[in-house]
Design a protein around this ligand. Structure first.
Ligand SMILES: *[C@@H]1O[C@H](CO)[C@@H](O)[C@H](O)[C@H]1NC(C)=O
Ligand SMILES: *[C@@H]1O[C@H](CO)[C@@H](O)[C@H](O)[C@H]1NC(C)=O
Ligand SMILES: *[C@@H]1O[C@H](CO)[C@@H](O)[C@H](O)[C@H]1NC(C)=O
Length: 301
């Protein structure tokens, strides 16, 4: 119907019709503005554009810890980016690459923006739920477990169940042996990981009671953290006396078992200290200051 009409018309009108022809033919849908824009972005990103896809020429990617994604030409498979890697916020861009399964590209809010740091787009796990792996280890979320599974394919690692693996408590940070001079305060610390959560108690060898008992010089304190599924306990003895010497134990217990960690306290009188020839306090630092501080520092949330 178009052709006979064009034949009958003068040249300028014919040109006009030819220019308008594609929308009139209806042979394929008219390209919308979105399609055009994405085409341009692709050309900019890829320089020469994509050659016709020949899957048999694709290299087989190996050791991809976050799985596979299609390349920018939507042809070959390539390694997806893992948790913490840079990525493209704009899904049509192909500069840093795409995040793998269960991951999404997010602006990292961790940087110090006040100091002019620009937030970077990083791959982050969509889930924050801990899981128990078939290897009996607790994983912070599914992305960590999948990474571990892909790193060791022969281990056949799968999800045993949601939530952390249940086990007897593990003492992450033991109390350490302390000595000091009479009249000083001493503190023992004990950091425990457990699921189900553990309870901590302190005991002194040779005493039947659980501390603090009725001793006004002794106090105990517990706090959750510093990590998830952890609890930390402290035993403080104020103004130590020679009779406080001995072995103290941190006992951590849950439904699956009990573990303990001992530490000794040695109390010296100023005369004993003098006779050892060790220069007087406070130049002595058997217990590093930073360790003592980190126990009570702001690691907690
Ligand atoms: C993993 O699975 C394969 C096939 O089922 C089996 O041959 C292999 O022994 C398994 N490996 C482990 C560590 O269980
Ligand atoms: C003795 O206790 C004091 C106060 O608690 C402390 O500052 C000092 O570092 C301790 N000395 C040693 C050798 O642990
Ligand atoms: C420590 O020992 C020195 C000699 O070694 C003595 O002169 C001093 O009085 C002693 N001090 C104390 C507190 O016993």
């Amino acid at each position: 119907m178009l052709q006979p009409l064009a034949d009958a018309l003068a040249l300028p009108l014919l040109l006009l019709l030819v220019v308008q022809a594609p929308p009139l033919t209806g042979a394929r849908p008219s390209p919308g503005p979105d399609y055009l824009q994405r085409g341009w972005l692709r050309l900019l990103a890829e320089g020469e554009g994509c050659a016709p896809c020949q899957p048999e020429e694709c290299a087989a990617p190996r050791g991809c810890l976050a799985g596979l994604v299609r390349d920018p030409c939507d042809c070959c498979w390539e390694c997806a980016n893992i948790e913490g890697q840079l990525c493209d916020l704009d899904p049509s861009a192909h500069f840093y690459g795409r995040c793998g399964e269960q991951l999404e590209c997010r602006l990292d809010a961790g940087g110090d923006l006040s100091r002019g740091e620009v937030p970077e787009p990083l791959c982050a796990c969509r889930s924050q739920h801990p899981l128990c792996g078939s290897d009996g280890r607790t994983y912070a979320q599914i992305c960590r477990l999948q990474e571990a599974a892909r790193a060791r394919p022969d281990a056949n690692l799968t999800v045993a169940h949601p939530g952390p693996c249940e086990s007897e408590p593990q003492i992450v940070l033991h109390p350490y042996d302390i000595w000091n001079v009479t009249g000083q305060d001493v503190i023992f610390g004990c950091e425990v990981f457990a699921y189900p959560m553990a309870s901590i108690e302190w005991r002194k060898d040779g005493l039947e009671i659980q501390l603090p008992g009725d001793d006004p010089h002794i106090s105990v304190q517990f706090r959750g953290g510093p990590q998830r599924f952890e609890v930390t306990g402290w035993l403080q003895i104020q103004a130590v006396r020679p009779s406080d010497e001995g072995t103290y134990r941190c006992l951590a217990r849950n439904a699956l078992g009990q573990v303990e960690a001992p530490a000794s306290l040695t109390v010296l009188t100023p005369e004993q200290l003098n006779s050892t020839g060790i220069p007087p306090l406070p130049s002595l630092h058997l217990v590093p200051d930073e360790e003592v501080e980190s126990e009570e520092g702001d690691d907690y949330y």
